[in-house]
Design a protein around this ligand. Structure first.
Ligand code: BG6
Ligand code: MG
Length: 212
């Protein structure tokens, strides 16, 4: 095997929460009279909740205090968490499930490296609550992607060197984080277009070839 461990981003790689993030931010943006669309939403991929709000506020005509920012990001998360309750094991595709199982059969350690503070909740909804060897997420980091911290912590949690880990990412900020952490990375989905991945995946199952 080329690697000892694979570290997966969660949103956009293991599952698709984009539409829920969009709906929840849209509700807040509408309340504040801020323009918000799919293009702006795409810029929020891999970025922490507060940094996402700062991007949304680029279109806000006015000043906002730190207290107000906390109020609106908390409100967004409440809406988002309600929407996440729609998720179930059915949202884990057969391809993702069988690929994860195949990678485990190869003897690889499997970890999550996500900016989200809701990673644990999402994994539970998907029936993956106890599946991964380690979960590094928005709750154990101070710097979010493109900083490599979340992936370096994931490598540390599984006891492997960064250079022995492969990161799987759907966001530019995530690919930058992997590269900054001296890790190989497999780009999937929209991240392929960045041209920054060590590998470009056409589909999730390609991972089985990439690692061997
Ligand atoms: C990332 C998403 O995984 O998590 C971002 O790609 C999101 O869009 C970030 O802003 C933080 O998520 P949460 O669940 O902590 O608000
Ligand atoms: Mg992602």
């Amino acid at each position: 095997m080329k690697y000892q461990a694979v570290i997966f981003d969660l949103d956009g790689v293991i599952c698709h929460t984009d539409k829920y993030h969009y709906q929840a931010w849209k509700e807040i943006a509408d309340e504040l009279g801020i323009e918000f669309n799919e293009m702006i939403n795409n810029r929020l991929r891999g970025v922490s909740r507060m940094e996402s709000f700062e991007i949304i506020l680029e279109k806000y005509n006015g000043e906002m205090s730190e207290e107000e920012k906390i109020h609106y990001t908390t409100k967004k998360n409440e809406v988002y968490k309600k929407l996440l309750k729609n998720m179930s094991e059915k949202d884990l595709t057969a391809e993702v499930k069988s690929t994860l199982e195949g990678l485990r059969e190869y003897g690889l350690k499997l970890a999550i490296g996500s900016s989200s503070k809701n990673a644990g909740f999402i994994l539970e909804r998907l029936g993956l609550g106890n599946f991964f060897d380690a979960v590094s997420d928005g709750n154990n980091i101070t710097n979010s992607k493109p900083d490599p911290e979340v992936f370096l912590k994931a490598a540390e949690f599984v006891g492997e060197k960064p250079e022995d880990c492969l990161v799987v990412e759907d966001a530019k900020a995530g690919l930058e984080a992997a590269i900054a952490g001296k890790m190989d990375c497999a780009a999937i989905g929209d991240a392929v277009a960045c041209g920054m991945g060590t590998y470009n995946l056409k589909s999730f199952a390609d991972l089985l070839e990439v690692v061997s």
